[in-house]
Design a binder for this molecule. Structure first.
Ligand code: T3D
Length: 261
């Protein structure tokens, strides 16, 4: 059985983390499968939006703790390799993918699982789902970009509290804090995420990719540098077929037909 299920519908690639017995905790194989699936999404022009969700009752419980050999006599564990090979490439791909990614968080998202969800562009969650910076419970530091993403989303006070206390943050409170876009009844989650992705897949994909590039850069750029980048990338957007179509459609008072180019 594939560890990351892939399903395509009209411009949308739906990826489902598929180790439900362990709440979709990551082993190396699942991390590599997710990396490959994101590469497919990047390379295929017909895919114009991605939905990431989990099979069963959880979204993702982070690292599979049973896959770390801490038995007496085992060689010392070097977690740098886990981070380098499994998680950093996933976060880099999610942030660098020039197409929108929606996380449909169907249940608990813990550890790296929480931070992978938060690296997506839009996070929709079931009202029953929760987010846990659970690293502290096992004596680790937050990874998968959490120390970069969380303070930017919710501010330093709340990010620090979440990371030091390791408390479960229910989806409704996560929305209130600005951590996620929205929550809804579990039965509506996938239909809503797929419908949003389907709609995004008909929009100017090239402009979405450039917008992501700008947002990524805004976290570290000063205003002058960011204005210069906006100038450059607006120039690029202005050369796209979708810009020409958008303006023509506006002037003709008809809906635009964007091709993503
Ligand atoms: O390699 C490295 O360690 C470095 C990389 C670090 C990145 C990280 O992500 S570190 C953080 C790792 N994750 C965790 O610490 C979370 C561990 N899980 C939990 O705290 C809880 O399972 C949850 C709060 C997420 C959910 O609790 P609950 O009560 O809803 O479910 P449960 O009963 O604990 O779990 C259900 C099953 O999934 C259970 O198996 P069983 O008893 O039915 O056979 C449980 O053992 C398994 N499971 C859950 N999380 C993991 C897991 N198995 C392996 N690894 C897990 N992370």
């Amino acid at each position: 059985m594939s560890l990351v299920l892939q399903e395509r519908t009209e411009g949308v690639l739906r990826l489902t983390l598929n180790r439900p017995d362990v709440l979709n905790a990551f082993n190396l194989e699942m991390a590599q499968a997710l990396q490959s699936a994101l590469d497919v999404a990047a390379d295929d022009d017909a895919i114009r939006a991605v939905v990431l969700t989990g099979a069963g009752r959880g979204f993702c419980a982070g690292q599979d703790l049973a896959s770390v050999d801490l038995s007496p006599g085992a060689p010392p564990v070097d977690l740098t390799g886990f981070i380098r090979d499994q998680y950093n490439p996933v976060i880099t791909r999610l942030r660098g993918l020039p197409k929108p990614v929606i996380a449909a968080v169907n249940g608990v998202a813990a550890g790296a699982g929480a931070n992978i969800a938060l690296a997506c562009d839009i996070v929709l969650a079931a009202s029953s789902a929760s987010f846990i910076q659970s690293f502290v419970k096992i004596g680790l530091v937050p990874d998968s970009g959490g120390t970069w993403t969380l303070p930017r989303l919710v501010g330093m006070a709340r990010a620090t509290g979440l990371m030091l206390l390791g408390d479960k943050l229910p989806a409704p409170q996560a929305k209130e804090w600005g951590l996620i876009w929205d929550h809804c009844d579990a039965s509506e989650l996938l239909p809503r995420a797929m419908s949003m992705a389907g709609s995004l897949a008909t929009q100017p994909t090239r402009a979405f990719g450039l917008t992501k590039q700008l947002l990524n850069a805004s976290s570290t750029n000063d205003l002058a540098t960011q204005l210069a980048l906006e100038e450059e990338l607006q120039g690029e957007a202005g050369r796209s077929a979708d810009f020409h179509e958008g303006v023509r459609a506006f002037l003709a008072k008809r809906p635009p037909v964007f091709t993503g180019r």
